[in-house]
Design a protein around this ligand. Structure first.
Ligand code: ADP
Ligand code: UDP
Length: 240
C-alpha cells in the first residue's frame, strides 16, 4: 500500500481521497471474496483486469447516456471517480435463474426469466445483504421514491445495453448487481461492473466465466475474466 491514507477498505477495493473532495480514487485489489467475506483469496492480476474491465464498461455506459461516477483510469489498478453519497441498496437484474434466486424459489439454474426480474438487497454484510422491497427502502429512508424509480429505470437500461454488448462477444449476461449514489442532487451509477459482480456464461457451452468459478472452486478464475475481456476488446496491459 502507498503512503496515502485509505478512507475505506472493502472486500475488493480500497477507497482513497484525491486532491478534490468531490473525487475519489478506487484501488482494485486482487482479493476475491464470496459468501459475505467468509471465503477470501488473492488471485494474481484480478485487480488490474477488473480496473480495465470496469473502465471499459463504465465508458461504454456513459457514451450510451447512463450517468456514471467514472472519470478516468489513473493506472493499472486505480480509477478516479466522482465522490458519491452511496445508497446502501444493491440492485440486481436477472435474465436467467441462478444463485440466490434458484435457492430461494427452487428454480432450475439457467431458466430464462422473461421479463427479467429486478430485486433490491440491503448492502449490509452483518445481516447477509437481506432482500428488501421498495416499501422498506422508503420507510427506512435509504432512498426517495424518485430515486427508487430512477434506480429501477437505469438498472433495466443497463441490462438492455450490456446484454446486447455481451451477446456480441458470445456471452450471456445471466445477472448482475449495481450500486447507485448521489452527487449534487443527481443520481449516478457507482461502484464497479466486472465479472466479480455479474454472471456471464459462454453462449455455446454455457461455461461459467465469472466469480462463480471462485465460489464453486472450478479454478481458472482469472483466465476466465481475461477471456471475457479479450472477447469484448478490453485493452489489458498487465503488470509483470
Ligand atoms: P464492499 O464495501 O462491499 O466490501 P468494495 O471492496 O468494492 O466493496 O469497496 C468499495 C466501496 O466503495 C463500496 O462500499 C462502495 O459502495 C463504495 N463506492 C463505490 N463507488 C463509490 C463512489 N463513487 N463514491 C463513494 N463510495 C463509493
Ligand atoms: N452480487 C454482488 N454482490 C453481492 C451480492 C450479489 O456482486 O453482495 C452479484 C452476484 O455476483 C450475481 C448477482 O449479484 O451476479 C446475483 O447474486 P445472488 O443474489 O444470486 O447471490 P449469490 O448467490 O451470488 O451470493
Amino acid at each position: 500500500m502507498s503512503e496515502r491514507s485509505a478512507l475505506y477498505e472493502g472486500k475488493a477495493k480500497i477507497v482513497y481521497g484525491s486532491e478534490s473532495p468531490d473525487e475519489l480514487i478506487l484501488h482494485f485489489k486482487d482479493d476475491t471474496s464470496a459468501f459475505d467475506g467468509e471465503k477470501v483469496e488473492q488471485l494474481a492480476h484480478k485487480g488490474e483486469i477488473n480496473n480495465a474491465f470496469n473502465a471499459f464498461i463504465m465508458e461504454y455506459l456513459q457514451r450510451e447516456g447512463v450517468p456514471t461516477h467514472f472519470i478516468r483510469r489513473l493506472n493499472a489498478r486505480e480509477s478516479l471517480v466522482r465522490h458519491l453519497e452511496m445508497i446502501p441498496v444493491e440492485c440486481v437484474v436477472r435474465n436467467r435463474a441462478a444463485g440466490s434466486l434458484s435457492r430461494r424459489l427452487g428454480v432450475e439454474e439457467g431458466k430464462i426469466l422473461q421479463p427479467p426480474t429486478l430485486e433490491f438487497f440491503l448492502k449490509n454484510d452483518a445481516l447477509h445483504d437481506p432482500m428488501i422491497n421498495t416499501s422498506h427502502i422508503r420507510t427506512f429512508g435509504w432512498a426517495t421514491a424518485e430515486e427508487v424509480e430512477a434506480m429501477r429505470c437505469w438498472t433495466l437500461r443497463v441490462n438492455t445495453l450490456l446484454s446486447a454488448l455481451f451477446a456480441k462477444a458470445g456471452l450471456i449476461l445471466v445477472d448482475f448487481k449495481l450500486e447507485f449514489g448521489r452527487f449534487d442532487g443527481e443520481l449516478y451509477l457507482g461502484d464497479e461492473f466486472s465479472p466479480d459482480g455479474c454472471r456471464l456464461w459462454d453462449a455455446q457451452s454455457l461455461e461459467k466465466m465469472d466469480k462463480d468459478r471462485f465460489r464453486r472452486d472450478l479454478g481458472g478464475v482469472v483466465d476466465a475474466y481475461r477471456e471475457v475481456a479479450r472477447r469484448l476488446g478490453v485493452p489489458l496491459a498487465l503488470e509483470s
